[in-house]
Each structure stands twice: as C-alpha cells, then as structure tokens.
Design a binder for this molecule. Structure first.
Ligand SMILES: Cc1ncc(COP(=O)(O)O)c(C=O)c1O
Length: 336
C-alpha cells in the first residue's frame, strides 16, 4: 500500500494486499484463488491488450456501526458484468463464482474496510488473454477474472462543493451500442474530450449530450430534480445503466417523488435548472450536486449554485440504507 489513509488518498489509489484470481482455459472457468496483490504475467499478444476485450465493475462494501460488513447490490453489478462480457464476446463467468470471489476477498480484507462514511470499493475485472495479434475479428477463447478491493472515503459527506459541468453536444462518450457496456475503451474514448473541457472551461466533468440530447457524464448518470419530480434519460444502449440511478429511482417514489424516464434536450435541461437541481449518480459519489453548467462560453448557475435540498435528501436516504441506518426493503445488501 502506497498510502494507508483512505481519507486523504485519491479514490482507488490504495489497493488491499490480496486479490481474487480465476482463469477461463480449455473452455471452462477454473476455481479461483486468493493471492497476494502483485503484477500478473501477461502474454504481449494477449487479446485485451490489442483489441480491448475487457470489462469491469465497481461496487462497495460498507461497515455498519456494529462492525458488520455489507455489500451493496452485488447481484446487479455482477449481472451487468455478465452482460458486458456477452457484448464483448468474452467468456461469461457464473454469477455465483464472481459473488464468491468478491465475498471471499472482502472477508479476507475485512480489517481494511473503513468506518462510515468510507467503504471498501470492489473492482471485478475481466479480460481476454488469448495470445493472437491477428484476432481483431475473432473473440478471445481464454480470459482472466480478477477482483481487487480498495478502501475509499466519501468526499461528499462534508458538503463538498457542487460540481461544474461542461455540456458537450458534439463529441460522443463512446460508440452508441456500447454505452451500456462497462468497458475500458469507453473511458479511454471519453478522456480526450474531458481533458479538453477541463483545460478550456475549468470543469469537473463533461455531460455528454450527442445531438443535443442529455445522456450521462464520463463516470456517472445524470438526474434533473425539481419539486417532487425527477427527470432522467430512459434506458437505452447509449449509456451505462447505473445501479445508483436504479436505486435512487426505486426509493424516490417512497419519498414522494415522481420519476420520469425519457429523452430530453439541452434546452429543456437549461429551462429545468432555472428553478430545479441537477445531480450525478454513481457508486463513487452516490449523488453529487451540480452547481454550474457550462455551454459554449456561457456558464449557468444551477438553482443557487450549491448542492440542493432534493439532492441532499435523496442522497441521505440511499446512504442510510447502505450504512444500515434505514431498513433494506429491497434486499439490496449481502452480509459478508
Ligand atoms: C459511465 C458511467 N455511467 C454511470 C455510472 C454509474 O453507475 P453505478 O451507479 O452503477 O456506479 C458509472 C460508474 O460506474 C459510469 O462509469
């Protein structure tokens, strides 16, 4: 471990000293092992290195006040990993195998799960290993599945500054059929436009709105919230079907919100945020308020420029379930 304090280290930069490893060879997944965290041997011709046959997941284990440890919506994340594997024509691991690897590893590293509002971030990673540099149009027959864990902090509990977001109407985050696939290439594709917007407009993130329709940011889904009403893009292949988004949309009606899932345009968003709020939903930040939207050379303040009361209330309701302070009515938690 380079920096043992998750309160000060950048998200994901501390890795626990063990990992879970499984290989798909000769047409079958072999039993996993828990191994010391170390570099892995990889053939230079490995499919993933050349043709990006790789996908991953990210979810959290929370330590409750009584010391017990609970994984949040592991099944939904594993289902998304399997769907990503199918889209990329990678060998699909059994859900039970990924669940046992994650649970065993969290158990092994349980002393490193931070107290709330920290968490242990769980990162399954699947990639094609067949050595063949001529396999651009051929799937990898072999694969490796790893699970890594990283103690992380929740930077938003202290009322972190609301985000400044650039509205990008031209560049796309990724190919439109791959948005719902959590594959490394999508993040590589979004990096250039994100860094360019950061340089030019000093923003935190880019909200991709190809063709003028609001989609998502580089690492989180986007919600507009106004007077008991949540507006977010309806599920399609163009963006990642966030588990946090799904969880918030599930509990929102219980808190009296009406949820509307449909396509909406940038002008509609700008009209909406004159009196409403905007927020980013994802595992890392849970729900983070947007304070400013930048379109071209113009900046618009969202509501009063701070994280709004609806954003804070929805976030608090979800965090309460994750941290065992509210009942788990939907069976979202798995005790380790
Ligand atoms: C592109 C993108 N969209 C949305 C999300 C939010 O997904 P989740 O809530 O499942 O973490 C993430 C984070 O994983 C992401 O990388």
């Amino acid at each position: 471990m380079t920096n043992p304090d998750p309160k000060t280290a950048p998200f994901g930069s501390i890795l626990c000293p063990h990992m879970a490893v499984a290989h798909f060879r000769d047409g079958v997944w072999h039993p996993y092992t828990i191994e010391p965290m170390a570099p892995i041997a990889m053939h230079p011709g490995a499919h993933a290195l050349h043709y990006a046959s790789t996908c991953f997941e990210g979810f959290k284990a929370y330590k409750w006040a009584d010391g017990s440890i609970h994984l949040f919506r592991m099944d939904k994340h594993i289902a998304r990993l399997r769907q990503s594997a199918r889209s990329l024509v990678l060998p699909e691991p059994e859900a039970a195998q990924v669940a046992s690897m994650a649970t065993a590893l969290v158990d092994r590293c349980r002393d490193l799960v931070p107290d709330a509002p920290g968490a242990l971030y769980v990162r399954p990673l699947l990639f094609g290993t067949t050595p063949n540099i001529g396999a651009a149009a051929t799937p990898s027959t072999d694969a490796t599945l790893l699970v890594l864990v990283s103690p992380v902090w929740d930077y938003f509990t202290g009322g972190a500054k609301a985000l400044r977001i650039y509205i990008e109407e031209n560049a796309t985050r990724c190919a439109s059929h791959l948005g719902m696939v959590k594959t490394g290439g999508n993040y590589a594709a979004a990096l250039g436009p994100t860094l360019a917007a950061r340089r030019a407009h000093q923003v935190d993130q880019v909200l991709f709105c190809p063709g003028g329709e609001v989609q998502e940011t580089g690492a989180a889904n986007f919600l507009a919230i106004r007077d008991g009403h949540i507006l977010t893009r309806g599920l399609d292949t163009t963006f990642l079907h966030g588990v946090t988004r799904d969880s918030l949309l599930t509990i929102a009606p219980e808190l009296g919100y009406r949820v509307e899932e449909r396509r909406f345009s940038v002008p509609e968003l700008l009209e909406w945020v004159k009196t409403g709020e905007a927020a980013l939903a994802g595992t890392a930040a849970v729900l983070a308020g947007v304070g400013t939207l930048v379109l071209g050379d113009k900046s618009m303040t969202v509501a009063d420029g701070a994280s709004g009361p609806h954003t804070r209330a929805l976030r608090a309701a979800l965090v309460a379930v994750q941290q065992g302070l509210a009942p788990d009515r939907h069976g979202w938690l798995t005790r380790v």
